[in-house]
Design a protein around this ligand. Structure first.
Ligand code: AMP
Ligand code: MG
Length: 477
């Protein structure tokens, strides 16, 4: 790096559209300054996509920790509400995040640049507005892994240390994540203005969301249809890789259809449909196999909110209900296609569902590892994954018969099944090392997970041993 880059400020080609909306939608304020920022990671490939010019690590640390507000930013905290575990909370909002602004990337798409962990806002309630290193690195690693897996998601541009302590269960290092999203509009963003009866705000927000995400959509019902479709595809994608979001509250459900808010999320090791990791999900509301139902429930809340802006909401109840009720079949169709590919069927349809479902049953009974079973199927060594090998072999007879007519089942399977996913015990190990100042496991994980289908770091494939197993994950606060 030449002396020329060393003194270059971080230059971001901002083009802020949300900040041009009326101030009913947000509070303008700067991030709270931090004492001694330092850069942990900068995602150069993503920075280049966003048109961010080269800069020194110290300049990046200053900007992406919130110490220095870059030229062209319009910092603000967004307002939203949301159903948390089924109960409506009339006001949430960015309590520890600041939207710096937006850029249009070299791909022509618009992106939000948000700092998470950037200090108190008018929506912080009892919180300190901060984040500690653990959840920042967890979100960095998992969101980038999801991107590499081809699943719609927010992304991670940077992680910085603030040089300040955060008090949680103990004293922990404070950190900030720079999150990139195609927007931060949530179901809860619509709910708050509907609940308050602010029709003008609802209509402005609907127009804004349509223009930004679904320019072809016609009015509130058109928007609802698009969001339902995007969420249906998203949930099917999660189900096909064993991902458990953990907090599918309506404030964590994105209008764009991206995965957002990686709190107590986790990937399953052994397959079991009832798997729950989140320590706060005592009832299993957001258990693995409940995710499709919850996504539909969330879309029903969006429908309710969207209808409030109409002059005659009653007249739209029937079409809105039809849109929401079409979701389960849509999820099932997308799920069948994805799961079918994982067993070598290029275009699986309803007739293939029994074969997929019977494999899952054998996996559950045989305590098979979700990711490794499909990887082994793709490589012809699946038998070893099962405790109940006879049951697997019985299933495999039907499977051979079905895939005989497929062109290249092996290639289909290998493209649909990652070798490496961010296993929970590896994430925990990475966080423990980082707290001690050792970032080698973080860099190892990000490197391997950037190519999850082809990585040669196959040691990361191992499921946890009994002592490595992580029974619960905690919210990202
Ligand atoms: P989450 O569970 O991360 O989706 O957050 C739910 C709500 O709590 C959001 O309004 C957050 O902004 C807020 N929140 C979470 N952690 C903090 C914190 N440390 N300080 C202030 N607000 C927070
Ligand atoms: Mg949230």
């Amino acid at each position: 790096m030449g002396p020329y880059i060393r003194c270059m400020p971080v230059s971001i080609p901002f083009d802020n559209s949300f900040a041009r909306l009326p101030d009913a939608f947000y509070s303008r304020l700067n991030p709270e300054p931090v004492r001694a920022p330092s850069l942990i990671a900068y995602n150069k490939e993503l920075g280049d996509l966003l048109g961010i010019a080269p800069a020194s690590d110290s300049e990046r640390a200053a900007v992406f920790s919130g110490l220095k507000v870059p030229e062209g930013a319009s910092p603000l905290a967004q307002l939203y509400a949301g159903h948390q575990f089924g109960n409506y909370n009339p006001q949430l909002g960015d309590g520890r995040a600041i939207l710096l602004g937006e850029v249009v990337g070299t791909d022509g798409k618009r992106y939000d640049i948000q700092l998470k962990g950037s200090g108190r806002t008018p929506y912080s309630r009892m919180g300190d507005g901060r984040a500690w290193l653990g959840p920042v690195l967890r979100e960095y690693v998992v969101s980038e892994a999801m991107h590499a897996l081809g699943i719609p998601t927010t992304r991670a541009l940077a992680a910085t240390l603030t040089g300040e302590d955060v008090i949680r269960e103990g004293i922990l290092p404070g950190a900030v994540l720079t999150r990139i999203a195609s927007s931060h509009l949530r179901v809860g963003t619509f709910q708050i203005f509907a609940q308050r009866g602010q029709k003008d705000a609802q209509r402005q927000l609907t127009d804004y969301a349509i223009e930004r995400h679904y320019p072809e959509a016609d009015g509130p019902l058109g928007l609802l249809r698009e969001v339902c479709n995007a969420q249906a595809e998203l949930i099917a994608a999660w189900m096909s890789i064993g991902f458990i979001h953990g907090v599918m509250n309506t404030d964590n459900s994105a209008i764009s259809g991206e995965t957002i808010d990686y709190g107590p999320c986790a990937f399953m090791d052994e397959y079991h449909p009832d798997t729950v990791f989140s320590s706060i999900d005592q009832m299993g509301r957001y258990a693995f196999s409940n995710q499709p139902r919850i996504a539909v429930w969330n879309m029903a809340q969006l429908a309710t909110a969207l209808l409030q802006q109409l002059d005659d909401p009653e007249a739209a109840v029937t079409p809105a209900t039809e849109i929401v009720h079409a979701m389960p079949e849509r999820i099932e169709t997308a799920w069948t296609r994805r799961m079918g590919a994982k067993i070598g069927i290029a275009e699986a349809g309803p007739d293939d569902r029994p074969l997929i479902e019977s494999l899952l049953k054998v996996m559950q009974e045989g305590r098979a590892d979700f990711t490794n079973t499909f990887d082994a199927l793709a490589r012809g060594q699946a038998r070893d994954q099962f405790l109940n090998r006879d049951a697997f072999e019985h299933w495999a007879e039907d499977w051979y018969r079905r895939t005989e007519t497929e062109d290249n089942p092996q290639a289909t399977m290998q493209q649909a099944s990652p070798r490496v996913i961010p296993r929970n015990h590896r994430i925990e190990e990475m966080i423990s090392a980082a707290v001690q100042g050792d970032y080698a496991p973080f860099h190892r994980l990000t490197a391997a997970l950037a190519e999850p289908y082809t990585t040669e770091d196959t040691a990361l494939m191992h499921p946890p041993t009994e002592t490595e197993r992580v029974p619960a994950t905690f919210c990202g606060t």
